[in-house]
Design a binder for this molecule. Sequence first.
Ligand code: HEM
Length: 543
Amino acid sequence: MKDMRYFVKKSILCTLATITLISLTKCLHSYFPIPFCPSFLSTSLLLLLTVRLYYLFKSTIFKHSTTLPPGPFSIPIFGNWLQVGNDLNHRLLATMSQKYGPIFLLKLGSKNLVVVSDPEIANQVLHTQGVEFGSRPRNVVFDIFTGNGQDMVFTIYGDHWRKMRRIMTLPFFTNKVVHHYSDMWEEEMDLVVGDLRTNESARINGNGIVIRKRLQLMLYNIMYRMMFDAKFQSQEDPLFIEATKFNSERSRLAQSFEYNYGDFIPLLRPFLKGYLNKCRDLQSRRLAFFNNNYVQKRREIIASNGENHNISCAIDHIIDAEMKGEISEENVIYIVENINVAAIETTLWSMEWAIAELVNHPTVQNKIREEISTVLNDQPVTESNLHELPYLQATVKETLRLHSPIPLLVPHMNLKEEKLGGYTIPKESKVVVNAWWLANNPSWWKNPEEFRPERFLEEECGTDAVAGGKADFRYLPFGVGRRSCPGIVLALPILGLVIAKLVSNFEMKAPLGMEKVDVSEKGGQFSLHIATHSTVVFDQITA
Ligand code: HEM
């Protein structure tokens, strides 16, 4: 109503001003025969009035429907980029949300970044408007690493994504897969325990070891055995060295802030040529590595078995889908690329965080041991009895709450202009949900900076790590909804089992002379990992 009154008032003023101008012109023309046509002038002024009224009408009556989310004042070409810088990490964005609100907009050159820091609006992005915000933004570097969206993780929401997700689900993301492979996972974990037992430097009198390296081999073996029925012999295995080098270089190039200028400001893109060539060169050598050493070998095995080939690993299923014409040869290789990126590093980072926090909280280690001993009567922990160990599960949850490996989730994007939280979101905006802040905001969590698994058995006992169904939108380590992490079914039991096995066999401690290990963090475009890989002493527990 107020808007309507404002509009009518402005319209009357505009009309009066125009009529006055037209009369004045006519009057002047009768006194001074100046060489212009008054009727032409009147028409022009009327036209101007109409245009003015149109915009006035649009900006008052539809004012709310075109309101962009709040955000800092932006300047042409650069937007807010020069003010906010490159490293828009979860902590900086959390601080900005306190100033600009639960949904705010940053202009990064030609691109819009919408930041969501409120559980209700997160629910809208991921669930109620999950289709509208279900795409992924493109960028110059990811276009190279995903073959312009031929993969699943970074492709837009649509038929291609649906098909890829369906094809990947059967061999990777079901409970049947978990039951089928859990013995193999345990076998790989027991090898780690065995190695730690015999490793002199890992013991109390030694200086401890950087545990990441051994866990990395374990996780590669878990995922490569599931994918290709293949494993690496040791950390010195040349194929292992090559695979880890390719993947870490890919992560470094994709996660770096170095290429932002060319991504944000298209005019500057020619200066990125060298960087993009480096990405292209790495990607072609990396995909050839996966293809020549693994995919091609499975193709040969399938071909030699003829019509009735047995499907014995995930990639056989994927090749089968290709043979049925459902996906292309390129899609097959991009599935391998996605698993290398999405599955291994995220789970490895979570393990490193969990171990570091356990080293710094020996009481939590004791409680896990006590739980295993009382609930399972010292029987070994297996995938099938993990559900009987709530304290262990709470430890996994607390690790993922305090140190989400993907604190802003993988960015979402709306293909068309949409409404969100009462604001208009321009089409193709990058929309990030600050999942870390949702899980660490003191307004919603008691002493969120504390590592305290007990919270998930006490005041937060109803909060679970889920990727669908009834979600608590303050706790989203795997996202929720259509683009949520399908790997949750593997990641949670793998994390639970590793922690259980390490804690049952060892007291994990900081190296001699140190109280605690450093848990400061380091992030990239959307990853968060421990800044210094922990050196840990594994003091064997004797029965
Ligand atoms: C602790 C370990 C892990 C964490 C914290 C994690 C977290 C996430 C997150 C936050 C997303 C994005 C959700 C969104 O955009 O809304 C995601 C996507 C994804 N994750 Fe995970 N993940 C983990 C392990 C895994 C594993 C083990 C696999 C596979 C074996 C996997 C496969 C994927 C895939 C394929 C996607 C893309 C889904 C899509 O775009 O449709 N993740 N993950």
